[in-house]
Design a protein. Structure first.
Length: 248
């Protein structure tokens, strides 16, 4: 069963899209219809649908405002009457960009494209659209005391960002600065082993020693080696994806 969300402010268009989706594939269930960017942000903070149908112009704002508020990793099929937003949509997790009025053939092709990659644990949708699949990074070239050396990913406990500098924290406890940003690293590393838990930390699953709720919507993690931060929290907007990642 594929759980989808339709984010569309025109009720007639949403009803038509839902009917067409279910005609194309009865295994797709529309779990929620949302009409505003604000409502989408609230819903996506704690829910991770398998697929999102997203209109560009919503009742309160442009839908790209959603991505300024939180990181959305669900694949997206954009549905709009405007062609000029295609490049901007491509920068998100765009599976396809369907122009209204949407035909059943176009919708069917978009869903087939989505299902080709639905079996992947955490697919790289940008690479998918380019028809590419790059190998995950196995080692890093780092500078230590004016000496160059390689560090294998198996040696890395986590990456952290501090004062606009990114560091590798090795299992041994050593901390090494590198040039990559956490965003770039998240695209290069095996997503079954590494997860961005908040703006500051990208962690290897082996480095997580304890996890516990501090409130209904907050999880604190204990990392090894112990970081300088006393409390390392999973950000609220990543909580649903974090729990899904742990159960891969």
């Amino acid at each position: 069963m594929i759980r989808t969300v339709i984010i569309e402010d025109e009720e007639i268009a949403a009803i038509r899209l839902q009917r067409m989706v279910q005609e194309v594939d009865s295994n797709i269930v529309v779990a929620k219809h949302i009409v505003s960017a604000k409502g989408a942000i609230e819903y996506l903070r704690s829910n991770v649908p398998d697929l999102i149908f997203l209109d560009i112009h919503l009742s309160d704002n442009n839908s790209f405002e959603i991505f300024k508020e939180l990181e959305v990793n669900s694949p997206i099929i954009f549905t709009t009457a405007y062609s000029e937003y295609a490049i901007q949509a491509f920068k998100q997790n765009s599976i396809d960009y369907l122009l209204k009025p949407i035909s059943k053939d176009a919708l069917s092709a978009a869903l087939e494209k989505f299902k080709k990659f639905a079996g992947a644990k955490v697919p790289n949708y940008r690479a998918m659209l380019l028809g590419e699949r790059e190998p995950y990074k196995q080692r890093f070239l780092v500078k230590m005391n004016n000496t160059l050396k390689t560090v294998n990913t198996e040696e890395i406990a986590y990456f952290l960002s501090e004062d606009k500098i990114t560091f590798i924290r090795l299992n041994s406890g050593k901390r090494i600065p590198i040039d990559d940003t956490l965003n770039a690293l998240a695209d290069q590393l095996d997503p079954q082993r590494f997860f961005r838990i908040n703006r500051k930390y990208l962690v290897c699953i082996d480095a997580i020693k304890k996890m516990y709720y501090t409130s209904k919507s907050r999880i604190q993690v204990t990392l090894e080696p112990t970081p300088d931060d006393v409390n390392v929290m999973v950000s609220v907007e990543r909580l649903g994806r974090f729990k899904k990642w742990l159960s891969l």
